[in-house]
Design a protein around this ligand. Sequence first.
Ligand code: NDP
Length: 327
Amino acid sequence: MFKAIVLEKTDAGTQAELRDLDDASLQQGDVTVDVDYSTLNYKDGLAITGAGPVVRQFPMVPGVDFAGRVAESNDTRFKPGDAVVLNGWGVGELHWGGLAQRARVSADWLMPMPAGMDGAQAMAIGTAGYTAMLCVQTLERHGLKPGDGEIIVTGANGGVGSIAIMILATRGYRVVASTGRMEERDRLMALGAQDVVDRATLTAPGKPLAKERWAGAVDSVGSHTLANVCASMRRGGVVTACGLAQGMDFPATVAPFILRGVTLAGVDSVYQPMAARIAAWEALAEPDLLAQLVGNTREIGLAEAIDAARDLLAGRIAGRLRVNVRR
Ligand code: NDP
């Protein structure tokens, strides 16, 4: 038997509860994993509360990522005892996910744990941190370099935002954090931000073009915030868009793109090919970065994850929530 959070669809909406399950209930897959850690990402918050249409079939075990050890394997790439990490591929949406002590998945979705990283560190990073790295790698693929100018990170206290600050600062960029929680200013500066701006300066409808300020941007917020960030990019600047914490809309004009040559690059973490995943996770296994995760991570037990999901969506969590599924 193992413990799992199970989501059911009822007339009253999505119901989440901690249950005891047996191995026979696990879904199809080549590899069975003893999960040690998962995390709470924004998408998990939407799934557990039912606030967004994330779960495509019920009952569902949520959790879009996990780290653990292989228990049984029918695939030659993995053997019992191997440390593994998984994020995306529709796990926690279409296939039972990581907020459980056991998971059975396709071997194609699993990655060996990167050298120099353990399961606790991997899930202090989780999908949010992996997405932050994809954003930074995208900026650099478009030619951004330290010294080009200020980089704005929106949703700075969130999982993606906080780790994007750490990655960019570690690489020598000058980072400006945008947040609705100015009381967290000192924490954001400690993560590596050199300045903090109130997100209220970005969340309302703005002009098609504003004063040029940013050389690059990591946006996990969308809506007017993304439109205003694009409007205040410097000539040739690059914006990565990965999230919708303010909204899915994008009320912008083409002015920044056609008059300043700004690039808007979308980032999807779920269906990245394996080579891109490995490159991002290996880059995250950088000792200076791993050392900083402690100050950005709070650990909770599996039973606490249901209430924590509500707190996450209400913007009451700063940094990352790691879920120790054995606690
Ligand atoms: P978090 O909940 O940890 O962080 C979101 C942050 O956004 C909050 O902490 C808050 O930061 C800010 N925010 C919240 N509400 C608003 C609002 N109404 N207006 C402006 N800012 C707001 O979520 P994650 O960091 O895990 O994810 C962020 C976004 O990225 C989500 O939309 C998520 O779905 C998306 N995402 C997309 C991925 C992909 O594959 N494309 C992968 C991972 C995440 P502050 O308090 O500092 O203002």
